[in-house]
Design a binder for this molecule. Structure first.
Ligand SMILES: *Cc1c(COP(=O)(O)O)cnc(C)c1O
Length: 411
């Protein structure tokens, strides 16, 4: 073997990028443009009197998830709020949430005057740890919001069992989990209600938007009413029965979602195949551990591909420096959330404004070590659109990481 004579240069220092592909998102073509243009041309843009495309998409998405009902709304935060309100939580009730998630999972609990109770995640999956849930239940606990983080299913058998024994509602936050499955069932369809976001970064998007799916007719009717200013089907326009708001989406969003939904299954299969393949490749690299669950029971949709980074195997290179180098090599990636949610000023300072949260609640003493570690030093996220690349792209991602490792440990 000839000895390597050239010195490798990282892209961040002006060398050639390892990954040459680019990863567009959103993905659309002329048919999407046409579909939206037709709705615009029809002049029927919104409001419940001309919401055929909205109703059609709700039927399609419910059918895709295997639920009886679906209610669209303006975003995936409002969808959580609708589900919480319809579930009948009362001021001061406790709702169990993970601290390693987007703020909406917990802030919507505040918005219904309830108390978010933070329960730590399982280090193997970054999802709520069922044992820790059980330990956090009090006589005020009313609901659990499991987040299928990154698109990896929570242990729903364990969570539903806890909920049944303690008479709790389960609202799945499936904002990362369109098309993902647990034991053959779509995520979002297992709890009392499942909430999804269609914000720009999500695996199914119309720029903004949200939806709640459920099999519970009472919940459905209440959520549909709350979304539509408290109106009820079969009554007059100016009759308001419930304390809702106007959270409706437009016909343009709905028709775009119907278009995009046709691509979701193929995209989910592709991300799933790429994710499994990438895990094989990265498992062979010293200092990296891909997150994984019981893969034979689930279908991961890789809204995020997450691995744990150990700086010791990279010559002490900090995670921040590693991610900057990886991004420069052409891998769309990030270090993710900087803090567990309870560390955010809104919780630390209890800036709760008009919300009726009991004085005894104190977030300065909350400490969830697994979430802390994930935020501080461990987690690396690769974004979902990169998981729509080819097998060659996955090999290039692994090669980019090996290149960084070679340069920082031998350089
Ligand atoms: C994106 C997201 C939401 C909220 O969705 P929006 O449409 O942005 O309001 C809720 N939960 C999680 C975990 C999310 O990632």
């Amino acid at each position: 073997m000839e000895k390597q004579v050239f010195k490798e240069i990282l892209a961040i220092d002006g060398g050639e990028k390892t990954v040459q592909s680019t990863f567009p998102w959103p993905i659309y073509d002329e048919s999407d443009v046409q579909a939206v243009a037709e709705v615009v041309g029809s002049g029927k843009w919104g409001n419940p009197d001309c919401s055929d495309y909205v109703a059609a998409f709700e039927r399609e998405f419910a059918a895709y998830c295997g639920t009886k009902y679906a209610v669209t709304c303006v975003n995936g935060s409002v969808s959580l709020r609708l589900a919480l309100m319809a579930c009948g939580v009362r001021p001061g009730d406790e709702v169990i949430v993970p601290p390693y998630t987007f703020i909406a999972t917990a802030s919507t609990v505040l918005e219904v005057n309830c108390v978010p109770v933070f329960v730590d995640i399982d280090p193997a999956t970054y999802n709520l740890d069922p044992n820790a849930i059980e330990a956090a239940i009090t006589d005020r606990t009313k609901a659990i919001i499991p987040v299928h983080f990154a698109g990896l299913a929570c242990d729903m058998d364990a969570i539903m069992d806890i909920a049944r024994r303690h008479n709790l509602r389960v609202i799945e936050d499936a904002a990362h989990a369109h098309g993902a499955e647990y034991k053959g069932r779509k995520l979002g369809s297992i709890g009392d209600a499942g909430s999804f976001s269609f914000q720009s970064s999500k695996n199914l998007t119309s720029g903004e938007g949200g939806i709640v799916v459920t099999n519970d007719e009472k919940l459905y009717r209440m959520m549909a009413s709350l979304r539509n200013v408290g109106r009820m089907e079969g009554h007059q326009w100016y009759d308001h029965f419930n304390p809702g708001c106007n959270y409706r989406i437009t016909q343009m969003q709905a028709v775009l979602l119907s278009q995009q939904l046709q691509r979701l299954e193929d995209q989910t299969v592709l991300r799933n195949n790429n994710g499994r393949y990438l895990s094989e490749l990265l498992s062979g690299i010293d200092g990296l551990s891909p997150l994984s669950g019981r893969m034979e029971e689930i279908r991961h949709c890789y809204h995020l591909y997450i691995f744990k980074y150990d700086a010791a195997a990279f010559g002490g290179l900090s995670r921040q420096e590693f991610v900057a180098r990886l991004a420069a090599e052409g891998v769309p990636c990030s270090t993710g959330y900087p803090h567990p949610l309870y560390k955010q000023p809104v919780f630390q300072n209890k800036n709760f404004m008009c919300y009726a949260i009991p004085d005894s609640v104190d977030y300065t003493t909350v400490f969830c070590p697994v979430s802390e570690r994930a935020c501080r030093e461990e987690a690396v996220w690769i974004f979902q659109h990169a998981m729509l690349g080819s097998q060659d792209d996955m090999q290039a991602f692994a090669e980019a990481i090996r290149k960084i490792q070679r340069v920082v440990t031998q350089g």
